[in-house]
Write a protein that binds this ligand. Structure first.
Ligand code: ZN
Length: 707
């Protein structure tokens, strides 16, 4: 590309329909182009650069520049065209007077140097040498000339824009279209934008409503004083001008997907301390997010309500597991736990602590007057379409009451076991176990390994009106219809053991005990199983075989363990590779060996892949694997969502005999492997071969298996 974004490339062919009277694009000789585009192809609007305003007083710009009509309509599938400015190539009349130099003129130092008039608009357009979007996409996105031709045919019949048609035909992705358009006008394109990239100081004078409408977001001031700004539409010069005027600095655009910009806007404006205005009633919506409430400036109750609502709304949106509202020395600090890590999200002046705590207490049915004792409550709300259960705990500290809110997404639990990555063979074996009238299904794994989800999933599978199902849990994470769930409460001596014991007087068919961690609970659970009840529970051990020795170590007689257990399921959660950006590569021998696979077999494509579902997408070629890369749709993590990897040990005669003799866990595991059990790492390796996750993920959550 040459020193500007308009004259590089070749092959401009104006479309007759685009060359309407008075809308011809302008010549490069007018001078503004040189000012507006610097080397590297990035647009830098210099002070005094009259490029968009003076140059295109009547909307000439888009037409000439996008002769093939491939303007990024397709890039805004929700119809939210950034400023509604160019849908048909017409620069918006209502914006024109303002945009056309008024701001620049009113601002010292921004006096337009070049004022163009109609006479300056000559026949030879600046964009004449600009490559067609179709050509760019052939080169950059690897689409074929035939695909472009097919899109042109569609366009000839149905109208529309080439880029949009290609996007709709799934020939290109939104990212490719945006990348192509950026290349066309010489603006950089970034696939990644993170909230942490943004310097919130720059946003002080930019209302959220403005940046949302324009799909733009200043990122940071660079060493040379220019401000780097993300923009959803590389042609949106209005935003560039406005931001330049407001910040008093030159602006360098970088194209980022509009959806990503909107997400980051929501996050950074929230972090800045603004509250999101929420809809009425219990249904929180994002609709009124434009209005900002500064809690510091207002002293009536409504802002507190909105502020607290916005805490919950944002936590749910970020899929946080916990909200911590903590009194600090000078202010109230709010932190959200996301994927196990705490992030500071909000501050408020300390004087608002009592009101905030009171509001949370009202919502969760707690006693507002009681400030000296810890309290527990619950809030259930529909937030952004999801049914969220919030467990609220308050505790008095020296600096005032502190609140912890745990968020439980009730809509998330209704997953079928197959949806969370369980293979057909495991599903079949588990189904057989949970259809028996008695026996114990024990799930093992560390906290956060998805044990409860698996048990809930198993419970919902067998839940029917003719079954009496009782659970005792700590906490009750999800409320299941038709199942009586009891919350452990040590304060009133309602322990797992006490709950279980009283359950047996309620004639249950199925009992779920949240966790077995002491002999008393273990004994009652085993007793229940032996007297004709199906029992589900969990225990903290690394692998399936370890659960047997764990129970014996607690003091349970080996013969009771051997006779009551039906199956032991060890599990871990691994992240699912983002299907948009996962990358094929050839792993080295060491990686394959570490994964527990024979390299020769792997590279020969002889390892059977784990069965996949439609959403897993195709497997990598034989001898290859996928690894994480990162794109806007996965927030540049390379992963979207999680799934389980499993190790299922069925208690057959051989294993029972070993359990009876109190055989060590390693020997039990070896026997099970010899009988065909897949270890956690094996199951993970099969999922790597199937392209569902990465080697790194499996290695992260599993240990080396015994030889
Ligand atoms: Zn991705």
């Amino acid at each position: 590309m040459a020193s500007d974004g308009y004259r590089g490339g070749k092959g401009y062919q104006p479309y007759p329909e685009d060359l309407q009277a008075g809308t011809e694009p302008v010549s490069p000789e007018d001078g503004f182009v040189e000012d507006g585009f610097v080397e590297g192809g990035s647009y830098v609007a210099a002070p005094g650069d009259s490029y968009p305003d003076g140059a295109y007083p009547d909307g000439a710009y888009p037409d000439g520049a996008y002769p093939d009509g491939a303007y990024p309509d397709g890039a805004y599938p929700d119809g939210a065209y950034p400023d509604g400015a160019y849908p048909d190539g017409a620069y918006p009349a209502e914006q024109e007077p303002e945009a056309a130099g008024l701001q620049a003129a009113s601002e010292p130092g921004f006096e337009p140097v070049v004022q163009l008039s109609e006479e300056d608009l000559v026949d030879e357009p600046a964009a004449r040498n600009q490559p067609l979007i179709g050509e760019i996409l052939v080169e950059r996105a690897g689409i074929t000339v035939d695909q472009v031709a097919a899109a042109l045919d569609t366009q000839a019949v149905d109208g529309g824009r080439i880029g949009e048609i290609l996007l709709r035909n799934r020939v290109i992705t939104e990212e490719q279209l945006l990348g192509g358009l950026s290349a066309q006008v010489g603006v950089e394109f970034a696939t990644v934008l993170l909230p942490d990239d943004v310097d919130v100081e720059l946003l002080a004078d930019l209302p959220i409503g403005y940046v949302k409408t324009q799909r733009c977001l200043p990122i940071r001031r660079q060493e040379d004083g220019t401000v780097l700004m993300a923009i959803g539409d590389p042609l949106n010069v209005t935003a560039t001008d406005d931001v330049r005027t407001i910040l008093g600095a030159e602006v360098r655009m970088v194209t980022v997907s509009p959806a990503r910009i909107m997400e980051v806007i929501n996050t950074v404006y929230t972090r800045r301390g603004d509250a999101v205005e929420l809809g009425d009633g219990d249904e929180f919506s994002e609709g009124d997010a434009e209005e900002l409430i500064d809690i510091i400036d207002l002293d009536d109750e409504a802002p507190i309500i909105r502020w607290v609502n916005s805490l919950m709304f944002n936590a749910a949106k970020e899929r946080a597991s916990d909200i911590h509202i903590e009194p600090g020395e000078k202010d109230v600090v709010v932190r959200n736990r996301i994927d196990g890590v705490l992030y500071e999200t909000k501050h408020a002046h300390k004087q608002y602590l009592p009101s905030i705590v009171a509001r949370v207490k009202i919502m969760s049915g707690l006693n507002i007057a009681e400030k000296r004792l810890p309290q527990d409550g619950r809030i259930r709300r529909k937030i952004a379409g999801r049914d969220i259960d919030m467990r609220v705990a308050t505790i008095p500290t020296a600096r005032g009451e502190r609140v912890t809110i745990r968020l439980l997404d009730r809509t998330a639990v209704l997953l079928d076991m197959a949806d969370i990555g369980m293979g057909p063979d495991h599903l079949e074996q588990i189904a057989e176990v949970i259809e028996r009238p008695h026996g114990i299904l024990m799930v093992t794994g560390p906290t956060g390994s998805g044990k409860t989800t698996t048990l809930y999933s198993a419970l919902s599978k067998i839940n029917s009106p003719d079954k009496n199902i009782l659970t005792v849990e700590d906490p009750v994470e999800y409320q299941l219809d038709g199942i009586s769930q009891v919350q452990v409460n040590p304060k009133i001596d309602l322990t797992f053991a006490a709950g279980l014991r009283s359950f047996l007087r309620h004639d249950p068919d199925v009992i779920m005990v949240g966790e077995i961690r002491d002999l008393e609970t273990a004994e009652i659970a085993i007793q229940a199983s032996l007297t004709g009840h199906l029992v589900f529970s969990t225990v903290h051990t690394n692998d399936a075989a370890g659960a047997i020795t764990r129970l014996v170590d607690m003091g349970v007689e080996p013969f009771l363990v051997a006779s009551s257990l039906s199956a032991l399921l060890a599990q871990r959660l691994v992240r699912r590779l983002c299907p948009e950006c996962r990358e094929v590569y050839e792993p080295d021998y060491e990686e394959i060996r570490n994964l527990g696979l024979e390299p020769e077999a792997f590279f020969a494509g002889a390892i059977p892949p784990h069965p996949t579902t439609e959403k897993d997408g195709p497997a990598p070629p034989p001898g290859r694997a996928f690894r994480a890369k990162g794109c806007p749709s996965c927030l540049s993590t390379g992963y979207t969502g999680r799934m389980g990897i499993y190790e299922l040990l069925m208690l057959d005669d051989q294993i029972r005999a070993m359990a009876l003799k109190n055989t060590d866990a390693v020997s039990v595991k070896r026997a099970a492997i010899n009988a065909g059990m897949r270890t956690l790492r094996d199951d993970g390796a099969r999922k790597v071969v199937a392209g569902m996750t990465s080697i790194a993920e499996v290695m992260r959550v599993t240990q080396e298996d015994i030889a």
